[in-house]
Design a protein around this ligand. Structure first.
Ligand code: GLU
Length: 289
């Protein structure tokens, strides 16, 4: 079977040089390996994703000379598949609802920080500080009946206890040079959100389901997602899904060494194209010739 690669942007802004690097690297790997290249639109967040950004993704990638298989998988069209996976995790007793608002969470974190430093996840966000795991079924039912918004969280300690140690084969490298067989550390993320009242999935859950359903054999993506791979491997182990190979690549940074952002016009592919920059120049700028 030919290897399968994918580029999976979220249509919540215009693509920038970092996306061009990731997409071209994926496309190149697929060509070199005689593999397939898929484009996936990660649009589960209706508050941030827009059809014009999605359209721009197609235009910008085509302009770079990239071609992909049709039909494109759009996550918003597959919510029942994510809901089914979530239900399996719920049936294992690994998911619980938490009802705190953002403001309440911030207050709890400040309190915990005052008692001693409360841990942050690898992205720098505080771990979930609440005690919702201890609510009784009756309390949960009552809060839900009152129409309270909630997040569905993975009981990380129970999930880790269930699968034991998991690892992945890193073909690229992590931010600290990690490479080869890499032991996952999902507990560093705490009780991650897997879904919300209004959305039956999250980035972590849908990416794992889609990579498995699409038969992705090598995930090529930026080092900013290296640590998230620990959560992905844990979910794959819980759901009995195969582990792809992972190749995390360096991030393209701006002149000051900052990560590129979708809101910075200076490195946006559309803006560069409008200024008359050619796609060959883009490849040159990101070190792909
Ligand atoms: N949709 C994610 C993003 O735009 C990438 C997901 C992935 O490559 O795993 O950052």
């Amino acid at each position: 079977m030919p290897p399968v690669f994918r580029f999976a942007p979220s249509p919540n802004g215009y693509l920038h040089l970092g996306h061009a690097y990731s997409a071209l690297l994926n496309f190149q790997r697929a060509q070199d390996a005689g593999g397939r290249f898929l484009l996936r639109i990660e649009d589960i967040d209706p508050t941030r994703c827009r059809p014009d950004y999605e359209q721009a993704i197609y235009e910008d990638l085509a302009w770079l000379g990239i071609t992909w298989e049709l039909p494109v998988r759009r996550q918003s069209e597959h919510l029942p598949e994510y809901r089914a996976a979530l239900a399996r995790l719920q049936a294992m007793g690994l998911v619980y609802p938490s009802f705190e608002s953002r403001a309440e969470i911030a207050r709890l974190v400040a309190q915990r920080d005052a008692d001693g430093d409360w841990p942050r996840d690898p992205d720098g966000s505080p771990l979930y500080p609440g005690a919702a795991r201890q609510l009784s079924d009756a309390q949960r039912a009552e809060l839900m009946a009152r129409g309270m918004p909630y997040a569905l969280r993975l009981d990380m300690a129970a999930a880790v206890a269930r699968v034991g140690e998991v690892s992945w084969d890193e073909l690229g490298s992590g931010p600290a040079g990690e490479t080869g067989v890499t032991i996952a550390r999902p507990e560093a993320w705490g009780d991650v959100v897997l879904a919300r009242k209004e959305t039956p999935t999250s980035y972590h859950l849908s990416v794992v389901i889609d990579d498995a359903l699409q038969g992705v054999s090598e995930v090529v993506r930026g080092q900013d997602l290296f640590q998230a791979t620990s959560v992905h491997r844990l979910l794959q182990a819980l759901l009995g899904l195969p582990a792809p190979l992972y190749r995390h690549h360096q991030l393209i940074r701006d002149g000051d060494g900052h990560k590129l952002s979708k809101s910075n016009r200076a490195t946006g592919l559309r803006a560069l194209r409008a200024e008359g920059v050619s796609s060959a120049e883009i490849r040159h700028r990101i070190g792909l010739v």
